[in-house]
Ligand binder design. Structure first.
Ligand SMILES: C[S@@+](CC[C@H](N)C(=O)[O-])C[C@H]1O[C@@H](n2cnc3c(N)ncnc32)[C@H](O)[C@@H]1O
Length: 284
């Protein structure tokens, strides 16, 4: 097993892309051996919602029972990967309406708490998206109306201690950001699937806020369901080290391209090439 972000140790065999502050692992979150326990400061992620989204490599329509089993497995792995004091920002739906009503937010929060996570709070993300409105139930009748909130949750959990005592790490929050973002109702639009080229991306504003509010400059931020790499782009733009796990090669490629275009990261080979050029200049 390799150490994260340590070039001297070599690249893990599942490493799809590695740059100075970004690493993509093409692997299954349930089985990957590329992450050591206790090395992650913050996890920001949006897992599959089990709402029949057409991912290239993941079946997004399994029974609710199986979905909860899957959630328990990956949440357990995340718990071990976090440092003591590490945090998890879990972007999940409040509820599920397709194929039977379910309290997804409450159920995943309970599973996480049973694993050992401690609960901090829940941010409501008001994405103003009424496209989830597919049915009224009984129109204009109290017989069986459907109620759907156009919001998602960001459940904030942590391992062992909430308060971070190390004072040598730097926060980079502006006063206005701190005041606005500690109000747990966040309002901004969702991301366009077409623009990003992924069936369920979140907008960069979501991981950006989580990263700046809940981690320090230089911290290691993991997204175990990386998708198009939004969390890694936000981490890199905000001087954190971003690590992503994604099962699908097409999405790994997409994330790599976003990292090079939007965050201007250079891949490791280029970095090494540049180092070699400067070394030769010094010798000349
Ligand atoms: C909701 S999307 C994440 C989107 C991401 N937040 C973004 O902004 O692009 C979930 C992602 O998890 C991936 N995935 C599903 N099962 C996985 C598994 N077992 N291991 C790793 N990735 C998986 C899917 O391919 C999909 O890209």
């Amino acid at each position: 097993m390799t150490m994260l972000f340590n070039y001297e140790m070599g690249i893990g065999h599942k490493t799809f892309f590695e740059a100075k502050n970004a690493k993509i692992i093409k692997d299954d979150v349930l089985t990957t051996e590329e992450i050591n326990n206790g090395e992650i400061d913050l996890i920001v992620t949006s897992p599959p919602y089990n709402v029949d989204i057409k991912y290239s490599s993941h079946d997004d329509q399994i029974s609710y029972e199986k979905y909860l089993e899957f959630s328990e497995k990956w949440l357990t792995r995340c718990f071990h990967w976090l440092k003591d004091g590490g945090r998890l920002c879990l972007n999940i739906p409040l509820d599920k309406n397709k194929g039977g009503q379910q309290s997804v937010g409450a159920d995943l929060t309970t599973i996480a708490k049973n694993i050992g996570f401690k609960y901090h709070s829940t941010i409501i993300w008001n994405e103003g998206n009424i496209s989830r409105r597919t049915a009224w139930g009984s129109w204009l009748s109290a017989s069986a109306p459907y109620v759907i909130a156009p919001v998602e949750l960001i459940v904030v959990l942590y391992k062992k201690e909430w308060k971070k005592l190390r004072t040598d790490k730097k926060s980079d929050l502006q006063k206005k950001e701190f005041i606005d973002w500690t109000n747990g109702l966040w309002t901004f639009q969702g991301e366009s699937k077409k623009r990003i080229g992924h069936p369920a991306p979140f907008p960069i504003e979501l991981p950006k806020r989580c990263i700046k509010l809940f981690s320090f400059v230089g911290d290691v931020v993991l997204d175990p369901f990386m998708g198009s790499g939004t969390t890694l782009v936000a981490a890199s733009l905000n001087n954190r080290k971003g690590l992503g796990v994604e099962i699908d090669e097409e999405y790994c490629n997409l994330a790599k391209n976003r990292l090079t275009k939007e965050a201007h990261v250079l891949n490791r080979k280029l970095v090494e090439h540049e180092k070699e050029i400067s070394r030769q200049k010094v010798l000349a």
